[in-house]
Design a protein around this ligand. Structure first.
Ligand SMILES: [Zn+2]
Length: 412
């Protein structure tokens, strides 16, 4: 069964509202970015009511100018789905690790195959929770796959759709931090969830899909672009513009989706438009004593979430690391954004109607109280203190987004 959505023309990706129709009845639905009265209908009950094959319908004209977009929900088990997020405990809390996660690799010389082998081992040891979906190989024979952390749900007459998250890692090949952080995070979900109530929720009440290395050829060569010289994070269809300088850092290519890597990611997003949150995870250069996290956004609502993270992490790290700048106006992060689409992963996700999509960046390395004998070790990417702050920043960003998604649903 398919339910067709209609998006108003404000700008693609920022849903002001969507109409779902059955037998010519237009139903107003708003998502978490722009809450409005939904009238007599509950979006979730609409799913429940629709049991027949629904063909494309024209919504009733209620005065808004509507623009049809290529948006189709494929809904399984429509009799019983109540699509509402309610966690069993509050997640509006600050997440912190007791100690740095164990790690023995060398981040910057690691290969894509080594990363995938780590994820494969997690699947082997945690079948029933983790699974792997092959995407295919890139042009050079490097494997690409999505790892699915999908907790089974209890049997119930009415099923609750749990939040669905996609994390895209290391689309710029010389950014190895995201792949490793997501490995450490998934490992913690598998092995340490019982130690922390917030990990417990993420382990049992959220589904998380991870592409560990989105640019294997660039990852192996430690270059931003893939082996064809394309910046994959400019090669998506949403807002694509033809590149004119092959040597440019952000060279987009001659046509959208020219690369196998971007085709795979586009295909996954197209098949998973019911995803609630997309984090395209990058790293910038070494921490310079100022910014720890950098979030690029498209809407004021996303900026609010980003600022919440910056406040949260600044307060946490100020109290934990006395050697960090301690001024009242020192914030260890910033957020920026543009409304236009430029062929980025987050642009493509937004264009597919996924309400929350970000570029999220952490530093390549981060130093602590440096002693002479430990200087090199402490400066290294994925050194202990760096691992800890990266996992904490990522998990807190996830929690803040999920908490807002839950609160928005409650408002409706
Ligand atoms: Zn990047």
């Amino acid at each position: 069964m398919a339910i067709y959505g209609f998006q108003d023309g404000q700008y693609k990706g920022n849903w002001k509202g969507t109409y779902f129709s059955k037998e010519g009845t237009a139903v107003w639905y708003t998502n978490s970015q722009n809450l409005k009265n939904i009238g007599d209908y509950d979006f979730r009950l609409v799913f429940k009511d629709v049991t027949d094959d629904t063909t494309e319908l024209t919504p009733e004209d209620n005065g808004d100018v509507l623009e049809y977009v290529e948006y189709v929900f494929e809904v399984d088990n429509t009799e019983n789905v109540i699509d509402r997020v309610i966690f069993s405990q509050s997640i509006d809390k600050v997440f912190g690790l007791e100690e740095s996660p164990t790690w023995t690799g060398t981040a910057q010389t690691m290969t894509s195959a080594e990363v995938y082998a780590l994820f494969d081992a997690l699947v082997t040891n945690n079948s029933g929770y983790l699974s792997k979906t092959a995407l295919g190989n890139d042009e050079w024979g490097n494997e690409m796959a999505i790892y699915n952390a999908v907790p089974p749900q209890p049997t119930a007459s009415y099923l609750t759709k749990i939040p669905k998250v996609f994390v895209n890692c290391s689309i710029h090949g010389y950014e190895h931090v995201p792949a490793i952080v997501l490995y450490l995070f998934l490992k913690a979900l598998c092995e340490d969830w019982n130690d922390d109530p917030l990990l417990n929720i993420l382990r049992h009440e959220v589904e998380i899909h991870v592409l560990p290395v989105a640019n294997p050829s660039g990852f192996n060569a430690y270059t931003r672009k893939n082996a064809n010289g394309i910046d994959l994070n400019r090669n998506f269809a949403a807002g694509f513009s033809v590149g004119d300088d092959r040597t440019a850092t952000e060279y987009s290519g001659t046509e959208a989706l020219s690369e196998k890597e971007t085709q795979y990611i586009y295909g996954w997003l197209e098949e998973n438009k019911d995803t609630d949150l997309v984090i395209d995870f990058h790293n910038f250069g070494a921490f310079s004593g100022q910014n720890i996290d950098w979030i690029t956004i498209k809407t004021e609502y996303q900026a609010h979430i980003a600022r919440t993270l910056i406040h949260r992490m600044t307060q946490k790290f100020k109290s934990e690391y006395s050697w960090l700048p301690q001024g009242v106006d020192n914030y260890y992060g910033y957020t920026s954004g543009v409304l236009s689409y430029n062929g980025l992963v987050k642009d493509q996700a937004s264009a597919f109607g996924i309400p929350l999509a970000y570029t999220f960046e952490l530093p390549r390395s981060f130093w602590g109280t440096i002693t002479d004998e430990a200087a090199d070790e402490e400066h290294a990417s994925m050194a202990p203190i760096h691992r800890k702050i990266c996992v904490e920043c990522f998990v807190n960003f996830l929690l803040i987004n999920l908490d807002r998604i839950e609160k928005d649903y409650k408002l409706i």
